[in-house]
Design a protein around this ligand. Structure first.
Ligand SMILES: [Zn+2]
Ligand SMILES: [Zn+2]
Length: 261
C-alpha cells in the first residue's frame, strides 16, 4: 500500500503545539509542545509509530512549542533542527548533542522531505513558519504571527495542505479575562492572527489551492471553534471561483485526522 504524504496536527493551542508530517521514508515532528507521554499516545492513536520519527523541527522558543522537546529528543534519539538564534536562547540539557541549524529562507532536506523555513512576525528571537515538499505534495504550517506579510503569502502558494493560525476573536479577546498588557501583546503585529485577519487572508490573498485547510492555534479563552470556522467558511465562500478546500480545526485536546495526499 502506498502510504503517501501524511499530515496530522497532534495538538494545537497555547498549551502545546505539535504536528506530524510523514512520507514513506521520513517522519518529522514539528514543534514539541506536548509532553513525551502525550505525544506518544497521540501518535499511537493515529497509527503513526513515534519510534519512526526522523527528526524534530522547532519553529521558535516559546514554551508551547518546546515543552516536551528535551524528553522527546532523548527518548526518540533524533536530531533537532532549529535556527541558530533560537538555539542560543534555550537552556539545553547537556545530554542533547544532535543539532542541525538552519537559516531563515534557506531550504534544507531531511530524508526525502524538502523544508523551507521562513520568517514570521512574532515576539520570539527568530520565529519561523515552514513549508514541506515531498512526492509532489506541498504542506504549509503557519502559526504564531501577528499579521500576514507578503513573504508569507508567497511561501504558502500552491500548498495542498495548509495549516494556518486563527487564534482569537477580537471581541472575545477585548472583553475577555486577560490583563490589558497580554491583550495588547496578542493583538500586536508580533502576536497572533485573529479570525478576522485569517479571513482577510483567505478572502484576498490565499490562492485556493489547498485540498485541506486546517485552522490552528485557536485560543481556548478568546475564541470558539464555531466562530473561527464560520469566519473562515464565509471568507472561502466569498472568494471568486468558490472554494474546494476541506476545512478542519486543530484542537488542543486531541489530534486531527491524518490527512493523506
Ligand atoms: Zn504558540
Ligand atoms: Zn509563540
Amino acid at each position: 500500500m502506498r502510504l503517501g504524504v501524511r499530515v496530522c496536527v497532534l495538538g494545537s493551542g497555547s498549551k502545546g503545539n505539535s504536528t506530524w508530517i510523514a512520507t514513506e521514508r521520513t517522519r518529522l515532528l514539528v514543534d514539541a509542545g506536548l509532553n513525551r507521554k502525550e505525544t506518544r499516545s497521540r501518535l499511537a492513536a493515529v497509527d503513526e509509530p513515534a519510534e519512526s520519527c526522523s527528526a524534530i523541527l522547532i519553529s521558535h522558543e516559546h514554551d508551547d512549542h518546546i515543552k516536551g522537546l528535551t524528553k522527546l529528543a532523548l527518548d526518540l534519539q533524533v536530531p533537532i533542527y532549529i535556527s541558530s538564534l533560537t538555539r542560543s536562547v534555550i537552556a539545553w540539557d547537556s545530554r542533547l548533542e544532535a543539532f542541525e541549524t538552519f537559516s531563515v529562507g534557506q531550504k534544507f532536506v531531511v530524508g526525502d522531505i524538502e523544508v523551507t523555513p521562513f520568517s514570521i512576525p512574532h515576539d520570539a528571537v527568530d520565529p519561523v513558519a515552514f513549508t514541506f515538499e515531498a512526492e509532489g505534495v506541498k504542506v504549509g504550517l503557519v502559526t504564531d504571527l501577528g499579521y500576514v506579510p507578503e513573504v508569507v503569502k508567497q511561501h504558502v502558494q500552491g500548498c495542498h495542505c495548509l495549516v494556518f493560525e486563527s487564534n482569537h476573536d477580537l471581541d472575545m479577546l477585548k472583553i475577555g479575562p486577560y490583563p490589558w498588557f497580554v491583550k495588547q501583546r496578542v493583538m500586536s503585529r508580533h502576536g497572533h492572527l485573529s479570525n478576522r485577519a485569517t479571513a482577510d487572508f483567505l478572502r484576498t490573498d490565499y490562492d485556493g489551492a489547498a485540498q485541506v485547510l486546517v485552522l490552528a492555534h485557536l485560543s481556548e479563552t478568546n475564541n470558539h471553534p464555531e466562530i473561527a470556522r464560520l469566519a473562515a467558511r464565509a471568507a472561502l465562500e466569498g472568494r471568486r471561483g468558490g472554494e474546494r478546500a476541506e476545512l478542519h480545526l486543530a484542537s488542543q485536546s486531541a489530534p486531527t485526522a491524518v490527512f493523506r495526499f
